[in-house]
Design a protein around this ligand. Structure first.
Ligand code: F3S
Length: 404
C-alpha cells in the first residue's frame, strides 16, 4: 500500500506513540485487504462498548498521547448518573464506566453515548468518506445517505478518528457497492417491527454468512427512518450486511438496473409473510406473563417515544418498563411532556445506555418482552429471555403484565 509522506510520518511516530499505533493498525488492515492507498475521512463513530478490550485499547492510545483529529461520536456504555442511584452495580462496574469516560474524553471524542448518531448529530452528505462502527450505523450510512464506510470495528474506527485516515478498500470503492442479491418483499410492511423481522430473515433465507449487498423491491417509498434503522441493525446482526439498496428509496438505487450496476443479480429471493412469522416464532420465547419490557436497541427516536406516550395515556404498568434512548431524545421528551407520561405510568426513560451492559443484572433469569431481535440475541449471554413483539404490543404487555 502506497503511503503519503504524512502517513509515513505518523507511522514512524513523529506524532507520538498513540498515533503510530493507530497507523500501524490501519496499515495492517489496508495490507490485509490489498488497499492501494489511504484517504481522509470527515466523520467517525466508535462503537465504544465499555468492556475490557475496548477500555484496554482506548487507554493504550491515551498513554501514547493520541488525540482524535476527527472527533468521533460514541456508542452507549451506561448512564452512571442514572444507575448509581439504583441497587446492583458494584464499585468495579462503576469504575470501568468512569475509566471509559476519562479515556474517551482524553481522546477528544464527542461523549454522545448514542447508537443512532446518524439520526442526529453525526449526519453525512452523499459520498462522504467516513469510518463508522456499530451494526445499525454502518448500513444506514452507506445505504440511506450514500456516504461511504467499511464495516469498522470500534478499534479501527477509533484509529481512523485518531489519524483522520482510512485504507481505501471494500465499500469505499464504487465497484463493491453494487447489489448482489435481489430480495423481493411480498407482504405490505406496516409496522417498524416488520423491518426487524425482515432484517433477520434475509441473510437466513439467502443462506449467506459472508458479506453481501441486498437490493430490495416491494418496500414502500414512505418507509420511516426508524424502520430503516431496524432493518440495518438486524441485517448486520443476523448476517454480514454493511450496505443495502431499496429501489426507488435509497440514493444509489433509482432503478433495479442501477442498483446492480447493469449486471444480473447472483440470486433472487422472495420474502413472504410466513417467512416473517417464522422468524418471529423461531427467535421468540413463548408468550404469557412477563417481568419486564426493555426497548431501545437501537435507541428509540423522539417520534417513537411520543408514540409510546400516546399509547399509554393515563394507564399504569404492571411490569417493569425500560426504554433506552439518546440524551437528545430524552431531553426533548422531557421538554415536551412525553417523559412525564412514561414515568407517571411507572416506566423508566434511560439515556446513554446499551442493552449489553452490566446494569441489567437485576433482569437476569427473568422473562421480558422487546421488539429488538438484536437485543434478544445479545442478552442471551446475560441470561435474559425475550418474547418478541412490536413496540405497541410491548407497551400493552407491560400494562397487562403479560404478552398476547
Ligand atoms: Fe445500541 Fe447496544 Fe443495541 S449499542 S443497538 S443498544 S446492542
Amino acid at each position: 500500500m502506497k503511503l503519503t509522506d504524512r502517513d509515513q510520518e505518523m507511522l514512524d511516530g513523529i506524532d507520538g506513540e498513540g498515533v503510530a499505533l493507530a497507523m500501524q493498525v490501519l496499515v495492517a488492515i489496508g495490507r490485509a485487504f490489498d488497499a492501494e492507498q489511504m484517504c481522509d475521512i470527515s466523520r467517525a463513530h466508535v462503537a465504544l462498548s465499555n468492556q475490557d478490550a475496548d477500555l484496554w485499547f482506548a487507554e493504550r492510545l491515551v498513554a501514547g498521547g493520541a488525540v482524535c483529529r476527527v472527533s468521533p461520536t460514541v456508542n452507549p456504555g451506561f448512564c452512571l448518573e442514572f444507575f448509581r442511584q439504583l441497587p446492583g452495580l458494584s464499585s468495579a462496574d462503576m469504575e470501568t464506566m468512569e475509566r471509559t469516560e476519562v479515556a474517551y474524553r482524553a481522546l477528544g471524542a464527542q461523549l454522545t453515548y448514542d447508537c443512532t448518531p446518524y439520526l442526529q448529530g453525526n449526519v453525512p452528505r452523499f459520498g462522504e468518506v467516513t469510518a463508522y462502527s456499530e451494526s445499525s450505523a454502518t448500513p444506514y450510512m452507506n445505504s440511506v445517505y450514500g456516504a461511504r464506510t467499511n464495516r469498522e470495528s470500534a478499534q479501527s474506527a477509533l484509529c481512523a478518528a485518531v489519524t483522520g485516515r482510512v485504507p481505501v478498500y471494500g465499500l469505499l470503492l464504487e465497484e463493491n457497492r453494487m447489489g448482489q442479491v435481489h430480495v423481493h418483499v411480498e407482504p405490505t410492511l406496516t409496522d417498524e417491527f416488520d423491518y426487524h423481522l425482515l432484517g433477520y430473515a434475509v441473510p437466513r433465507k439467502a443462506g449467506l454468512q459472508t458479506a453481501f449487498v441486498p437490493v430490495f423491491t416491494g418496500i414502500p417509498a414512505n418507509v420511516s427512518p426508524e424502520a430503516l434503522m431496524n432493518l440495518g441493525a438486524e441485517l448486520n446482526t443476523g448476517g454480514n450486511v454493511p450496505m443495502y439498496h431499496i429501489v426507488g428509496v435509497t440514493p444509489e438505487a433509482p432503478t433495479l438496473e442501477a442498483a446492480f450496476h447493469g449486471d444480473p443479480p447472483d440470486e433472487t429471493i422472495v420474502i413472504t409473510a410466513s417467512d416473517l412469522a417464522e422468524e418471529q416464532q423461531m427467535l421468540s420465547a413463548e408468550g404469557g406473563p412477563i417481568d419486564f419490557a426493555l426497548l431501545g436497541c437501537p435507541h428509540l427516536s423522539l417520534d417513537q417515544l411520543r408514540a409510546i406516550a400516546d399509547r399509554i395515556g393515563s394507564r399504569k404498568f404492571k411490569s417493569e418498563f425500560w426504554v433506552m434512548t439518546s440524551f437528545y431524545a430524552k431531553e426533548l421528551a422531557g421538554r415536551m411532556g412525553v417523559a412525564e407520561v412514561i414515568e407517571k405510568a411507572g416506566g423508566n426513560l434511560v439515556p446513554d445506555t446499551c442493552i449489553d451492559q452490566v446494569v441489567w443484572k437485576h433482569l437476569a433469569g427473568k422473562k421480558g418482552v422487546t421488539d429488538s431481535l438484536k437485543g434478544a440475541y445479545y442478552t442471551q449471554r446475560r441470561d435474559m429471555e425475550f418474547v418478541l413483539r412490536s413496540v405497541g404490543d410491548c407497551v400493552e404487555a407491560a400494562i397487562r403484565g403479560a404478552t398476547s
